[in-house]
Design a protein around this ligand. Structure first.
Ligand SMILES: Cc1cc2nc3c(=O)[nH]c(=O)nc-3n(C[C@H](O)[C@H](O)[C@H](O)COP(=O)(O)O)c2cc1C
Length: 301
């Protein structure tokens, strides 16, 4: 049984403290909720009580090497709930030192995006596969080499998948995704207002009548428009404008409220799909870096 994927709420932080051997000293209520254990059941237990079999051994080897050396580490982790459900997090683990020795270790975990999960899941699958026929030390070297082949250290790889880095990429492509999304939300409000004030000849079918449409036109021939998602972006955008026109026409003729609200829902759905495709495209750059896993696996096979 695979179990169900659980997703942390945006504000939730899973916290645990351990002794230097990894025995749990403290777990907060969010930890208990996702682990499926009561606090009393957890204290004194080894932290691997929530270990998921899909996690590579090498990641924990690195984590322990770092913290016992007095250093902190970020890691993507898939954890298992008592009933078999699971959840992905990005964890920050850091030792507390006393008289030059590790006195205890703290860990804080937040939810990750689907993009981070999909990318790291593919990497971890390859690593777990590699571990079936190699030692943990070889596996750790595999991770280091995998990152090096992409011009990164392990820490840079973890960082490269963060949302901030995707936003940086968005800026480098000069795409104001959030601005355009907002434009489309208020665009329909403008149209309703025009219809209400009896304005005639409202023409919204041409995608270039909005700021995003102008951007689409100006992007013609640019590198990122060669990505398959770009076609979806363009198509959904045209659909949105077609439906906006339908909205105007229905509002001006029958004014049928049921019909108007169903068109409205379709506009909302298409707008969401359009921006989802746009986000996929923005993350493409990162995917390209991490995508060629097979090549590295073959090198080691
Ligand atoms: C503070 C701290 C937090 C940890 N958090 C997790 C965690 O969330 N999930 C996990 O599987 N292991 C975590 N570990 C690592 C575990 O101690 C253990 O190494 C890992 O589960 C692998 O277990 P295994 O060696 O028995 O396979 C943590 C360790 C420390 C010191």
């Amino acid at each position: 049984m695979q179990g169900v994927e659980l997703t942390l709420e945006e504000h939730e932080v899973i916290v645990s403290h351990t002794d230097p051997t990894g025995k749990i000293l403290y777990a907060n209520s969010v930890f208990c909720k996702y682990a499926g254990y009561e606090m009393e059941e957890l204290v004194g237990k080894a932290h691997n009580i929530i270990r998921h079999p899909d996690m590579p051994k090498a990641v924990f080897k690195l984590l322990w090497a770092r913290v016992l050396n007095g250093e902190s580490i970020y890691a993507y982790v898939k954890n298992r709930k008592k009933n078999g459900d699971y959840y992905w997090v990005k964890g920050f683990t850091t030792p507390v030192m006393k008289n030059g020795r590790v006195s205890h270790i703290l860990s804080y975990r937040k939810r990750i995006t689907d993009f981070q999960r999909d990318t790291i899941e593919a990497i971890y699958k390859a690593v777990v596969d590699y571990e079936r026929s190699h030692s943990v030390d070889e596996s750790l070297q595999f991770i280091v080499d995998y990152c090096a082949a992409r011009g990164m250290t392990y820490d840079e790889m973890v960082d490269r998948l963060s949302l901030d880095k995707q936003v940086t990429n968005e800026e480098s492509l000069n795409i104001d995704t959030r601005g355009y999304l907002f434009d489309h939300i208020i665009f329909r409000e403008h149209i309703t207002h025009k219809v209400d004030t009896g304005e005639k000849d409202i023409e919204v079918t041409k995608p270039c009548c909005c700021r995003f449409g102008k951007f689409v036109e100006a992007s013609s021939g640019k590198d990122f428009t060669k990505h398959p998602e770009w076609r979806n972006v363009d198509r959904y955008h045209k659909d949105v404008h077609g439906k906006l026109q339908e909205y105007v026409d229905v509002a001006k003729t029958s004014g049928d409220r049921g019909k108007l609200s169903s068109i409205n829902r379709e506009i909302k759905d298409d707008t969401e799909k359009m921006f989802h495709s746009l986000e996929e495209l923005i993350q493409e750059d990162t995917k390209k870096i991490f995508g060629s896993l097979n090549k590295v696996i073959n090198e080691y096979a």
